[in-house]
Design a protein around this ligand. Structure first.
Ligand SMILES: *Cc1c(COP(=O)(O)O)cnc(C)c1O
Length: 341
């Protein structure tokens, strides 16, 4: 696994915080230059987020030792690229269209990019892929994909894992809305697989910023060795634990999927809508006759969607997030009005 780590970071000595060096019950903490005056937040947070990891482990049925937590999965992805790729030397590959942050993260890490074009159905030509990604250091696969909503075959990804020389980062931000199971069960089978998930989408905590990497224990140790020591605040850790434990997440997710299916059917019947792309996520990409005018009209009525028309193969498309039942109904009513239907 060491071969995937940037040469100059192999064996780096991590910053050792006061709370790394003493664990246990002490009455008096004079080790971290905190302010002893009593505010609720005067102490540094748990650097390795033990309680939150335990709670996520139970929620997702993933062993604690295979979890790494970041300040949103955007931080996790950033740390993964920093850990594996050498600036001004390496190239990362990702599909096009996909999540816009991959390109930004490549740039801020000084990396070149290789875009793998998806076809008009947003599928990959797997037979050409290994040639296209040869020589790249990492491949990021968003599965299900944003902004298109479709799934890629797990078998095809496994075939890539077997032959590819670099690391495959599978970004499963939307996996909880999908029929397919997570690839996290395979992290001990493939040393070059890292799965990324988040509490931002299915678990309603985008404002808390909790993302995770799921990987074998060597990856987790390597990520811990380069992360900012206190990357998740105490407030966030406590709040996330409470929310995970106090909510019926299966029911929440089922309701979103029910609304997604209703929206899909309604859009498919709607005059003016040219094409609705099947979705395994909490959003739907659809093509209309004039995306820019519809976008404007919805926005004027106070409903903001995402215009994805400038993305590759996405001419005249909008991406709508599945909202509450009332929000979705209003959205559908506005489209009906727009097309005088
Ligand atoms: C929203 C999103 C993320 C970002 O998640 P955070 O955990 O909120 O940073 C990552 N990947 C994809 C594909 C997303 O759509």
């Amino acid at each position: 696994m060491k071969q995937f780590i940037r040469k100059d970071l192999q064996g780096i000595t991590p910053y050792s915080s006061a709370r790394d060096e003493f664990k246990g019950e002490a009455g008096i903490w004079l080790d971290a230059n905190e302010n002893a005056s009593v505010t609720a937040w005067n102490r540094y947070p748990d650097p390795l987020q033990g309680k939150l990891k335990q709670t996520i482990s139970e929620l997702k049925n993933i062993p604690v030792e295979n979890l790494f937590l970041g300040n949103g999965s955007d931080e996790v992805l950033d740390l993964l690229l920093r850990l594996t790729c050498t600036p001004f030397q390496d190239t990362i590959a990702f599909f096009d269209p996909s999540y816009g942050m991959y390109d930004v993260l490549a740039r801020i890490n000084g990396l070149s990019t290789k875009r793998i074009p998806l076809n008009e159905r947003f599928e990959v030509d797997w037979s050409q892929l290994s040639e296209a990604i040869a020589g790249t250091r990492a491949l990021i696969i968003c599965n299900p994909n944003n902004p298109t909503g479709n799934l890629f075959s797990q078998e095809a990804i496994c075939a890539v894992l077997r032959t590819y020389q670099g690391v495959v980062i599978v970004d499963e931000a939307y996996i909880d809305f999908s029929e397919q199971s997570s690839m996290s069960k395979l992290v001990n089978e493939f040393p070059n697989l890292v799965v990324v998930q988040t509490l931002s989408k299915a678990y309603g905590m985008a404002g808390l910023r909790v993302g995770m990497a799921i990987a074998n224990i060597e990856w987790i140790a390597a990520l811990n060795s380069i992360k900012p020591p206190y990357n998740l605040s105490s407030l966030v850790q406590e709040t996330a634990v409470n929310l995970i434990q106090s909510t019926d997440w299966k029911a929440v997710i089922t309701d979103i999927i029910t609304e997604r299916n209703r929206l899909f059917e309604a859009l498919s019947q709607q005059k003016g809508v040219v094409e609705v792309f099947p979705s395994e996520t909490n959003f739907i990409l659809f093509r209309v006759e004039d995306a820019t005018r519809l976008y404007r009209s919805l926005a004027d009525a106070g409903v903001v969607v995402r215009n994805r028309s400038s993305q590759y193969n996405c001419n005249n498309t909008l991406r709508v997030t599945i909202g509450s039942e009332a929000e979705n109904t209003l959205f559908l009513t506005l489209i009906k009005q727009f097309y005088n239907d």
